[in-house]
Design a binder for this molecule. Structure first.
Ligand code: AP5
Length: 305
């Protein structure tokens, strides 16, 4: 009877952040569960996205496994097919640097699950819960909402099956060293950290002109990204923290915390010039993601060869 073997996690020692959980692996041999449990993976790899790869498994040198090895595998390797994990990406930047706008474009092309800490908090406020009420007090002051509210909210969302299956795009989290540390403790390891760099005068202009469509969730800007028609224009809303006065407080909070967060993700950070048009910003991001996926494909290909 063919046996499904689950290998819990594989880590590339050259890129310790690039760990992967394998989908069930179907061995092509008749294999009892006790034998299957003795299989060990001795190579390592960095994963590509959405593609299957051939991975070689060696057998432990126990007498039973030696016998199995020579009887079933002819003394060589079992070759198994695995589905590699989709990417996990973080996007960061000052208030109104364009994170949400770019997330729309990224998810459209790559199908990742967009998880925005600010959106989760606004949804909590809308429920009228105690946590929501507390969160709003901090958001109105342009301060970070306490970790005990935010951290679990983000963690729970990322543990949902769609995030695991499609990969995730985390927007506006972590925003402090304590959040980044908690994130790591939960076992979340991003593959790429995108940092949008935008000058301060541009940020203020973007905040005050931003409008949201409550029906589609689409982000507009009165000058740079105006609504398509009168009907949409009439229903646009403005966020309660999108005033010039409040954005200055939000910027202050951002500057106090950003360096500590960056230091955690230095080796996977790509800095993007966010001062240009949204299409030009996306072109830079698209190229960074393409590079990431190509590197992973090449690494998994050379490992399988
Ligand atoms: P959050 O909702 O995350 O707000 P933010 O970080 O201040 O970022 P924004 O959503 O304001 O901007 P964005 O970068 O997404 O820009 P957008 O694409 O919309 O957080 C709100 C609050 O929640 C925080 O202040 C905090 O209190 C709390 N919070 C959130 N996360 C937390 C956490 N982890 N821990 C604790 N508290 C947390 O673009 C802005 C405008 O510019 C739009 O109108 C858009 O159309 C326009 N635009 C975008 N790109 C371009 C471009 N290239 N050219 C011209 N216009 C552009």
């Amino acid at each position: 009877m063919a046996c499904i073997v689950n290998f819990p996690a594989l880590t590339n020692p050259n890129q310790p952040h690039a760990s992967s959980t394998l989908s069930p692996v179907r061995c092509s041999a008749n294999l009892s569960k006790s034998l299957a449990s003795q299989l060990s993976f001795v190579s390592s790899f960095d994963h590509g996205f959405g593609s299957d790869a051939s991975i070689r498994f060696h057998l432990k040198k126990s007498p039973t496994m030696k016998a199995f090895n020579s009887a079933v595998c002819g003394g060589s390797h079992i070759v198994a097919s695995v589905k590699l994990e989709p990417p996990k990406i973080m996007i960061s930047g000052a208030p109104a640097s364009g994170k949400g706008t770019q997330c729309e474009l990224i998810t459209k092309k790559y199908g990742l699950v967009h998880v925005a800490a600010g959106d989760l908090l606004r949804a909590e406020i809308a429920t009228g819960s105690e946590n929501g009420k507390r969160a709003k007090e901090y958001m109105e002051k342009g301060q970070l909402v306490p970790d005990e509210i935010v951290v679990m909210m983000v963690k729970d969302r990322l543990f949902k099956p769609d995030s695991k299956e499609n990969g995730w795009l985390l927007d506006g989290y972590p925003r402090s060293l304590s959040q980044a540390t908690a994130f790591k403790k939960f076992g979340f390891e991003p593959d790429l950290f995108i940092l949008l760099e935008v000058s301060e005068d541009v940020l203020v202009e973007r905040v005050v002109g931003r409008r949201l469509d409550p029906v589609t969730g689409k982000i507009y800007h009165l000058k740079y990204s105006p609504p398509e028609n009168e009907e949409i224009a009439a229903r646009l809303t403005q966020r309660f923290d999108d005033t010039e006065e409040k954005v200055k407080l939000r910027l202050q909070t951002h500057h106090q915390n950003v360096e500590a967060v960056l230091s955690m993700y230095e080796n996977i950070t790509v800095k993007i010039n966010g001062n240009v048009s949204k299409e030009e910003v996306f072109a830079q991001i698209d190229s960074a993601i393409t590079n990431l996926l190509e590197q992973r494909k090449a690494a998994s290909g050379s490992m399988a060869a």
